[in-house]
Design a binder for this molecule. Structure first.
Ligand code: SF4
Length: 70
């Protein structure tokens, strides 16, 4: 199992994650990203078997607030 982590407080709402990986990321009304399927909180975590596009997004995020644990 791998884990996708998002530090919401660092997110600047650029939308790259949603554009590149809508399976796992969506922008919310507060202008910050949310990990689809995770509990909404300051630091969100989602365990998954397939990281897929989330790894690309973690590298592309300008705020470096997306982290992948394998
Ligand atoms: S790519 Fe990073 S900064 Fe941009 S919306 Fe997603 S989490 Fe926020």
């Amino acid at each position: 199992m791998a884990k996708i982590k998002l530090e919401r407080e660092k997110c600047i709402g650029c939308g790259s994650c949603q554009a590149l990986c809508p399976k796992y990321f969506e922008l919310q009304e507060d202008g910050k990203s949310h990990v689809v399927g995770a509990v909404k909180q300051d630091v969100e975590e989602l365990e998954t078997e397939k990281i897929e596009c989330a790894e690309t997004v973690a590298e592309a995020c300008p705020a470096q607030c997306i982290h992948i644990e394998k």
